[in-house]
Design a protein around this ligand. Sequence first.
Ligand SMILES: Nc1ncnc2c1ncn2[C@@H]1O[C@H](COP(=O)(O)OP(=O)(O)O)[C@@H](O)[C@H]1O
Ligand SMILES: [Mg+2]
Length: 275
Amino acid sequence: MSEHQHASSSATVSAFSAGRKPIVEMRDISIAFGGIKAVDHASLELYEGEVVGLLGHNGAGKSTLIKILSGAYQRDHGDIYIRGEKASIDNPRDAKRYGIETIYQTLALADNVDAAANLFLGRELKTKWGTLDDVAMEAATREVMGRLNPNFRRFKEPVKKLSGGQRQSVAIARAIHFNANILIMDEPTAALGPQETQQVSDLTLELKKQGIGIFLISHDIHDVFELSDRVAVMKNGRIVGTARVQDVTKDEVLGMIILGKCPPGAIPGPGALNG
Ligand SMILES: Nc1ncnc2c1ncn2[C@@H]1O[C@H](COP(=O)(O)OP(=O)(O)O)[C@@H](O)[C@H]1O
Ligand SMILES: [Mg+2]
């Protein structure tokens, strides 16, 4: 308890985190666009091998909060700690240095080239003669895809021919191959069918097993309950509360999302209704 005395990390009081240190701590983060407080004094943490589901209506501030962590936006206020140390994250390159990678709904894949070319896009391996080392890149791709999606066989095909779930696994492979240990997934299945959504769910659980911490943003409360250890609900830029999934019901979480009402099993944040 003594190492977590600051008020912003009340979530660490939960039994889940007993004796563990968060890999990410966002403390008292705020950002405004024009007059709108998109994120308003939000604090949130993430532990190794933990999936935290971030829920809330459209415009609640979920994407903005995680874009601050990924370096896409610069915060007006607050601090980010990575493994207990204050981090300076001012752009996406900084975030990657801290092992933070993001998977968006709109995948930034190069459609006309294969999985290996995508994995190493902009970070190609070269031979000692300075030419592209296709053999090494394909071998590395097979290794990482083998861990994530062992049934994947379509290494020689352009990724535009792959299914949505397979494309998602290529994007995730790229993220973790470059040593991401903090993964942000913003609506990763919004464009996918049920089968492919299941594939991404399996993938998420596999990453978790490997100790990767994941922020999962999704509008699908059922998915979030299936995959997450904890949920955090945002409303009007504020954290309504955080809770371990076993401590709250889906109905209670809906009450958090819609009304800002924090149930007994959750730890209230600044966005919780009073009384
Ligand atoms: N780049 C931006 N410029 C101006 N307003 C923005 C920008 N990004 C987000 N916002 C605003 O911030 C608020 C939170 O948006 P967002 O984080 O996208 O919500 P969510 O991901 O929860 O749907 C919204 O009011 C949105 O219009
Ligand atoms: Mg969003």
